[in-house]
Ligand binder design. Sequence first.
Ligand SMILES: [Zn+2]
Ligand SMILES: [Zn+2]
Length: 348
Amino acid sequence: MVTAANEAQRAAWRSGGFPEVERVRPGLWSIPVPIPINPLRYVLVYALELPDGVAIVDAGWDTDEAYGALAAGLGTAGYEVTDVKAVLVTHIHPDHYGLAGRIREVSGAWIGLHPADSRLLRDRYDEAGIDDLVARERLLLVRSGVPSSLLDELAGASMMLRHYVTMARPDRLIEDGDLLGLPGWDLRAVWTPGHSPGHVCFVEQERRLLFSGDHVLPRITPIVAVHPQSAPNPLADYLEALAAVRKFDVDEVLPAHEYRFLELADRVDHVIAHHEERLAEIEAVVGAGDGVTCWDAATGLRWARPWETIPPFMRRGANNETLAHLVWLEARGRLRRVAGEPDLWFPA
Ligand SMILES: [Zn+2]
Ligand SMILES: [Zn+2]
């Protein structure tokens, strides 16, 4: 259990409410921006004051409600959307990237994104790439052993999310170790792939802060899944990227969801332990069977709620997350896969 940096913010999260716009440090603001149809409820956008405006870390979904909340939050800080000079996006997901293009249209801000996520934009958000993406997702689900009656529903399950994103190419690619060069801020990018191939965190060494995006959150763990746009072994990337941020000696972590918290290293250790438990659990499920599909393994695991009550979109996530663990175990020589339609998993 980590310590919340601001108890009122944590209480708002726990009660199902909405935290206040808050001045975190001189010149640094936290602005909760609502996200639709999602239990996370809001993304925390951080506004960093500059001599001639503000830079923001993440943007929110592309809805009028989100835009209005961001504009109002900037207003509390004494700014308007037209004052935004830079949008630093931690990763490509709609709750972080969706609104970036609209903000640029209004303000002329530059948008920064890691190249590994920038490469995914066309397939994910352009009409041209979408059919191919759905076809590849479908094949992945076939190989996972998803029952044919569920295939169509699961393969197309996230397509509606595209309506919350304005397609926008980044103006600047942010690489691992880049200094952002924002006046008054000692802000450096840290590439933290896993949840998304191009996820980045930002460390502020002068002020001893880590903007952690979805990479490290105080209470939940981000989904790390194999899917058509993931790296081959995203869980290996993710665990390595946890080690990469653990070494930072910071006082406070500023995540994109839930609430700010204090103990980075403790939280990282806890998340690593969670995945180790999950790996052992999956290894045991495979060990108890004789050629287990990914889907069977997923349905045999413990989840936060009964499997039958998990909606299709989230069941796909559960399948693909299970696959990430299977692939990790395969790479370590703890499981082996007999490829086919479906793939079957055995103890090594
Ligand atoms: Zn995300
Ligand atoms: Zn998120």
